[in-house]
Design a protein around this ligand. Structure first.
Ligand SMILES: *[C@@H]1O[C@H](CO)[C@@H](O)[C@H](O)[C@H]1NC(C)=O
Ligand SMILES: *[C@@H]1O[C@H](CO)[C@@H](O)[C@H](O)[C@H]1NC(C)=O
Length: 478
């Protein structure tokens, strides 16, 4: 560990420092979150690639373990995605998955999976949400897989019945030739839950909804129908999917913008509240920066900063976990790690996990209308950390910075760990790695490298100031 003084810090930022001040409430304020879960930052592994991530990508276990080492809880895992609705269970197969593709960068259009797929999922040390097929309308097949999962997976958190059914069409087998409307999906989810849970004699089993966005199908409407039908007891939690940017309109400055994130997630508040109103939790069962990998913005440091603020804003709103999607191995710009590099977004996931580790509640201190964010993080009712984020987009020239002053501090010295990189656009595979408290993660193995740099700042009269450069975040330990 290398200690650096605040004088050193100030010398790093010579230009245009502005100032903003926040009082840190001594007890959780009115807009503090509900109790946080032990590990809100999770991963979603695309269904067909799940065995590959576990068996063929050495970084997988260490990248996940690094996060576990921060919180004491393995990050939750969801196995699913588009290919869950192309997959058929084959009880006789000796392979975890069987498929063929013309190009290794492609996802298969059809696949089968065997009992060893479920055995492999049962070996993960954290909880698992398993995504099963509804689109192909073979309920007996899905019940066979679900029965084995319930019997074998001590770590099973929930089962999904279909992925993003808002994209199903009248030509999908489940639609049986009829238009696939919101009410058709609600009725289908409910009758499938009834049949699957009935055959398995289970309750609290499903991660329901699994909608991309909030329209035309919504958790608010589905939850109301579940209560009406008497099936809400089969539901473990309600799940939303979200990708703020698309491949065609990818805009990094918009992605990482603090106020932009608030605007992007605003429609999900009603979904989270609707789940809560029927006594269920809410998760983002699949999310990442941009659909289809995102036209170049997804592997950047700006996407890492997006992860940090997006997680903080959504857990503040009451979602319990976010599963960041990891797609085709070797063809996945937003993926956190692969066979050769540990990407910039992983640094954001690690930093967000650091911020929330062992925390009970988080409270936004700002009104989320500017580029600057501050969160107070509470443990046992007292503030233990403050997260500061300067979301100004920075790609060249002298780095502007902001001075954040915190008041109401109880100790005489505080420490801080910084998430930084040369630019918002920096990428590990182009030689510009981010650092978390001065450290990096090994490419190919995800091991923690380098000496930890912990900054130290004096508190005077209960107040201390911190300099946060454009496109940086700072975690202050009170
Ligand atoms: C079991 O599933 C079948 C569909 O395969 C369904 O018709 C039946 O009602 C289910 N049984 C129970 C007890 O829910
Ligand atoms: C949270 O509450 C504080 C007052 O305690 C207020 O200043 C801040 O703007 C609020 N932020 C949000 C996002 O509700």
């Amino acid at each position: 560990m290398i200690a650096r003084s605040s004088a050193w810090l100030l010398s790093q930022f010579v230009s245009s420092a502005l100032a903003i001040s926040f009082n840190v409430p001594a007890t959780p304020p009115e807009n503090a979150s509900k109790q946080l879960s032990a590990a809100p930052v999770g991963v979603s592994l695309e269904f067909f690639t799940f065995p590959g991530y576990i068996n063929d990508v050495p970084a997988t276990s260490t990248c996940l373990e690094n996060l576990k080492d921060l919180t004491g809880t393995w990050p939750p895992m969801r196995i699913g995605g588009t290919t869950q609705d192309r997959a058929t269970y084959d009880a006789a197969s000796t392979e975890p998955v069987t498929y063929s593709v013309d190009d290794p960068a492609d996802a298969p259009l059809t696949l089968t999976y065997g009992p060893s797929f479920i055995a492999l999922a049962s070996e993960y040390a954290g909880s698992v949400v398993l995504g099963l097929n509804r689109r192909l309308n073979d309920i007996a097949n899905t019940i066979s897989a679900a029965s084995l999962a319930v019997a074998e997976m001590g770590n099973l958190r929930a089962i999904e019945l279909g992925n993003e059914p808002n994209f199903f069409t009248s030509s999908d087998p489940i639609a049986q030739g009829s238009p696939w409307t919101a009410s058709a999906d609600y009725a289908s989810q409910i009758s499938w839950q009834d049949a699957v849970a009935g055959n398995l004699s289970s309750t609290d089993l499903f991660s329901a909804g699994v909608y991309f966005g909030t329209d035309p199908m919504s958790i608010a409407d589905l939850a109301a129908e579940e209560v009406e039908a008497g099936t809400n007891g089969y539901v473990k939690e309600y799940s939303s999917h979200n990708y703020p940017q698309s491949q065609n309109t990818a805009n990094l400055a918009a992605l990482m913008s603090h106020s932009g994130i608030a605007d992007n997630i605003a429609p999900f508040r009603a979904e989270i509240e609707a789940a809560d109103a029927v006594g269920k939790g809410h998760v983002f069962g699949e999310t990442n920066s941009a659909t289809q990998g995102g036209g170049g913005i997804s592997p950047t440091f700006g996407a890492a900063l997006w992860i940090v603020d997006y997680v903080m804003q959504l857990v503040s709103m009451g979602t319990e976990a976010l599963y960041f999607h990891q797609g085709t191995i070797g063809n996945c710009q937003y993926c956190w790690w692969g066979r050769y590099t540990t990407g910039a977004p992983y640094y954001g996931a690690y930093f967000a996990t650091m911020a929330l580790a062992h925390a009970d509640q988080i409270a936004p201190l700002d009104d989320q209308s500017s580029s600057l964010a501050a969160y107070a993080i509470y443990q046992g009712g007292s503030p233990v950390k403050v997260l500061l984020y300067n979301s100004a987009y920075y790609t060249s020239g002298t780095r502007p910075s902001e001075t954040f002053t915190l008041t109401g501090l109880a100790s005489s010295t505080v420490t801080a760990k910084r998430l930084t990189a040369p630019y918002s656009t920096s990428r590990v595979d182009r030689g510009e790695s981010p650092t978390v408290a001065g450290q990096t993660f090994g490419n190919g193995d995800c091991g923690v490298l380098g000496e930890e740099v912990v900054e130290s700042v004096d508190v005077q009269g209960g107040q201390a100031s911190f300099t946060v450069g454009a496109s940086e975040a700072l975690l202050v330990y009170l």
